[in-house]
Design a protein around this ligand. Structure first.
Ligand code: MLT
Length: 396
């Protein structure tokens, strides 16, 4: 007789963004007249830049000729891409060895799979609110999850409490969903704490390219991090790769626990369960890190940042409290009129057709808040802000 995994009953029945997609589809079917403006899931809208497309085309043609055909690739990813990422890290002020870089199909799967390296007795410490993948993927396999409050009083940036024991620590900076970003000194506190506890930080840097202020863009700019942190990053938001699927994870060989190299364990895990990322995608990713690729990606990011600035101006005019948007593509706003976050989601959708993400979906501390993503086209963001303003001020 088969027995099902009992822990699935401890997580919400559907993943947050699946639930939103379902509700929006139902709404759209009932209101075919209303235009939907999508500012919920952080999915990019700018097309891939020219250097990426050229590399993709060339690599696809390579696959059609016997002399340039590529079958299974190297387990950790092609050296040309790992070298390009190492150079990128250097430009951020971090020394990372190409040998420590693993190419992946994006940050989400690695963030969910990395806990396999640790005993199930080792709890996961996560912030609340948080990217729901950290929470759901650990609860799904029966790992205990402990929460750290990320609230307005601590600027949504909780710091370690030395009296609390920790095993795996998830940190995301700039944070999804609040957009809050740790300073160097704050990240140093986390690194010192992890070293003292023999804990391991899983550092999600998916939004590093949105940082505008003088803040760390990699945990490896913090002394000691190579002995206690794994960094996970993605080209989804940096280079518009949500539909391409490519990311990278750094597992330093200096990271050793109970005499075991986490790098070797991750290699063992990945080479057993994954056959890598397609050659044309890795060539396209390499092009992201060329001077032309980086410049084109910066232009797209600047456009998303101007969307976030437009949202911030509107919320300022409306007198609505918010944070984020400066070092992040997400604006985290208080729901007007004391509304609950799903209540605001429904009413906003009904009145304006604008889709956002209810804060409660990211954890209990998200109740009363709402996340707007800056990845829509600028004219759509402007229209959404006009509709929001009219609805809240004139009741239109
Ligand atoms: C989000 O909207 O939180 C992200 O786009 C989801 C993801 O990256 O998987």
């Amino acid at each position: 007789m088969s027995q099902i995994n009992p822990y699935f009953s401890q997580i919400p029945q559907s993943y947050l963004f699946s639930e939103i997609a379902h509700r929006v589809a139902k709404h759209a079917a009932a209101r075919p007249d209303q235009k939907i403006i999508r500012m919920g899931i952080g999915d990019v809208t700018r097309p891939l830049c020219a250097p990426v497309i050229q590399a993709l085309e060339k690599a696809s043609r390579d696959q059609g000729e016997a002399v340039s055909f590529h079958g299974y690739g190297p387990e950790q990813g092609y050296p040309f891409l790992r070298q390009a990422i190492q150079n990128y890290y250097r430009s951020l002020g971090a020394e990372v060895d190409a040998e420590d870089i693993f190419i992946s199909d994006g940050a989400k799967s690695d963030l969910a799979n990395l806990p396999e390296l640790f005993s199930l007795d080792c709890p996961a410490l996560i912030t609340d609110p948080v990217y729901p993948v950290y929470r759901d993927s650990n609860l799904m396999v029966g790992r205990r999850v402990e929460y750290l409050d990320a609230v307005r009083e601590n600027q949504f940036l909780p710091l370690p409490d030395s009296s609390q024991k920790a095993g795996i620590i998830y940190l995301c900076s700039p944070a999804n969903p609040t957009g809050a970003a740790y300073t160097r000194q704050q990240l140093q506190q986390w690194v010192d704490y992890a070293l003292e506890q023999d804990a391991v930080i899983l550092y999600d840097a998916a939004y590093e390219a949105f940082i505008q202020e003088d803040l760390p863009r990699s945990i490896y700019t913090i002394p000691g991090a190579e002995k206690c942190a794994i960094e996970i990053c993605s080209l989804s938001k940096t280079a518009g790769f949500t539909g391409m699927r490519c990311g990278y994870t750094v597992v330093p060989r200096a990271l050793v626990r109970e005499g075991h190299s986490l790098h070797d364990m991750w290699l063992r895990r990945q080479s057993t369960k994954m056959n890598g990322v397609a050659y044309p995608i890795q060539r396209a990713a390499e092009a992201v890190f060329s001077p032309e690729g980086l410049a084109a990606c910066r232009e797209n990011i600047a456009l998303y940042q101007s969307n976030a600035a437009c949202m911030a101006r509107t919320l300022d005019q409306l007198g609505i409290w918010y944070c984020g948007g400066k070092n992040s593509p997400y604006v985290w706003m208080e729901c007007p009129g004391g509304m609950g976050s799903w209540e605001f989601f429904d009413k906003l959708l009904d009145a304006t057709g604008v889709v956002g993400t209810p804060g409660e979906g990211f954890g209990k501390n998200g109740e009363g808040y709402f996340r707007l993503s800056a990845f829509a086209a600028p004219d759509q963001v402007q229209l959404a802000m006009e509709l929001l303003r009219n609805w809240l001020t004139k009741g239109d």
